[in-house]
Write a protein that binds this ligand. Structure first.
Ligand SMILES: [Zn+2]
Length: 419
């Protein structure tokens, strides 16, 4: 008993254009793909849908998801240190909104409660709550043992280095079952003005984090604005570095030298949001901050174009979850890859699918026989007009693990020769 979708164009996640074809899903996986002039012959008890020329593609993957920050396009909420029970409900809601918008994969960019992060991942995996596949993250680590979200960023020079405490934090997070550990190597100007350019950790602390991560089998991610933070994260073996605005020539060369193991998440979405929408929320609102953010946008554009030129695995995912940048706008990052970084829609979608699957280390992100059937059926052709993905009304089907999260089509009559 399978599911056949015929009369479709297939974008398979690789950097090749969409082609006419049909697909068959059995259980949670893609069982067969046929490209025109070949076609799939449904089996006797299959359910068959006529895709009517729509585009089938892998579900989208976002490399920088914060399910617990509190804001979606449906409900606004401030980030904060709420009880884990509340954060779990916040994350469950955000996960459903993300899936409704076609994101079947979420690589977490940091949580506030490890317990809530693990609980929602378990519920999404079991299918008891709707949400994407997840790679989980620790809370975003600040120096000095401060737990949770504390948006104050005293520079590292205000305290002595303590590599043992940083290594112990990695071990603790790994022991809780989290898959990645996130470090804020620079401050966050949107929360503490001017701190994007401050170093928060000593170099030996970050090297100790890298060693601890290798020992414990977890991976490290980092919030990096300065060239120095990019370099130390790469030296310490981090798997994913975010933002990277002020990378210098040496940092770019190091990124390129590490490109077989490293991923970059430039997060253009938050850059645009901090510039355009945050001031309306009283954030990044002073004249100096508006100027700082205009500069951050300009540097981000240049870095994004340079990473594309160098063939770096640069992935969409824009730090959505803040009130001025709510979850549900995630596909805006895809447009920004085209508008700011010069990617073609196909290159952008390849980054948001196949490369996202590589980051998550799962058999997702491609329309490929044997892969998990995490798929979207899009009305129209997103490889020609990527903006179609901004509007969930264009998602005729959202399939996760072979099961419908959304389906707007009615099955076609089973062909006579099969019945
Ligand atoms: Zn973030």
């Amino acid at each position: 008993m399978g599911l056949c979708i015929t009369n479709i164009r297939i974008f398979d996640g690789t950097p090749t254009p969409a082609r006419a074809g049909s697909v068959r899903i059995e259980g949670e996986r893609i069982a067969a793909i046929a490209y025109a002039p070949d076609t799939i012959t449904p089996q006797a008890d299959d359910t068959v849908f006529d895709g009517a020329g729509r585009t089938l593609m892998p579900g989208l993957i976002d490399c920088h998801v914060h399910l617990q920050l509190g804001s979606t396009v449906e409900a606004m909420g401030k980030p904060g240190n709420f009880p884990p029970e509340q954060l779990a409900l916040t994350a469950a809601h955000a996960g459903r909104v993300l899936l409704d918008h076609g994101f079947t994969g979420a690589f977490s960019g940091g949580s506030s409660s490890a317990g809530a992060e693990l609980a929602v991942k378990a519920a999404f995996d079991r299918g008891t709550l709707p949400g994407p596949r997840m790679v989980t993250s620790s809370m975003e680590k600040l120096p000095g043992g401060a737990p949770g979200l504390i948006f104050k960023f005293p520079a590292r020079d205000t305290r002595p280095s303590d590599p043992a405490a940083v290594a112990a934090f990695v071990e603790e997070m790994a022991g809780m079952g989290l898959q990645t550990v996130k470090f804020l190597l620079n401050g966050v100007s949107a929360m503490d003005p001017g701190t994007n350019l401050t170093e928060q950790f000593h170099e030996d602390e970050i090297m100790a984090a890298g060693e601890a991560a290798r020992r414990c089998g977890v991976e490290l991610t980092a919030h990096c604005y300065t060239a120095a933070s990019v370099k130390v994260a790469i030296r310490a073996g981090f798997r994913l570095i975010y933002h990277c605005n002020y990378s210098d020539a040496e940092a770019l060369d190091m990124i390129e030298a590490a490109k077989d193991t490293l991923f970059v998440g430039l997060a253009p979405g938050i850059e645009e949001a901090d510039h355009i929408r945050a001031p309306k929320f009283g954030v990044m609102a002073s004249e100096g901050q508006v100027a700082e953010q205009a500069n951050a946008v300009a540097t981000k554009k240049a870095i994004g174009q340079e990473l594309r030129r160098r063939g770096i695995r640069s992935l969409p995912g824009g730090d959505y979850g803040f009130p001025w940048n709510p979850i549900g706008l995630n596909a805006r990052d895809l447009e920004l890859f085209v508008e700011w970084f010069g990617y073609s829609p196909v290159e952008t979608l390849h980054a948001a699918t196949q490369l996202g699957g590589e980051l998550m280390r799962m058999e997702i992100g491609q329309v490929k026989e044997g892969y998990l059937a995490d798929l979207l059926l899009v009305s129209g052709d997103p490889t020609a007009n990527i903006s179609l993905l901004r509007d969930p009304a264009n998602l005729a089907m959202i399939i996760k693990g072979g099961a419908f999260h959304k389906n707007t089509l009615t099955p076609a009559p089973v062909p006579a020769e099969v019945a």
